[in-house]
Design a protein around this ligand. Sequence first.
Ligand SMILES: [Zn+2]
Length: 141
Amino acid sequence: MRDDVKDILRKHDLKATPQRIMVYGKLLELGHASADMIYTQLNKENPEMTVATTYNILESFVKAGIIKRLFSSTNKMFFDINTKPHCHIYTETGDHYTDLFDPKLTEIISDYLLSKKIRNFEIEDVSIEIVAKRKNEKNYK
Ligand SMILES: [Zn+2]
């Protein structure tokens, strides 16, 4: 896995530093996470990791296009390891994202917006967040 991460970083002109490898690896493990969630987990084993370093590394990944930035309905910033078009189901309990891959839904929305001929804009991405709660909230941790 470590070599795969190095390849991904190098492919995007990012030097494969140990800290970048750790941050990417942790986001790969978590799928969706805030900078604080990643920092909290990494700092336990790597006290030299700071929130600022974690955040700066994540921002460099966003700029390079290897991860995406998300803003939850509760105004929290998250990062997503998956850059392919997809929608999200967000549960406020536990600040949890679940991916919803539905190319048809994305296509319907894109086609609808294109049919409206929004002047001076070109659609780059369609991002939908469905806010929901689990039916058996008590049983979910
Ligand atoms: Zn996602």
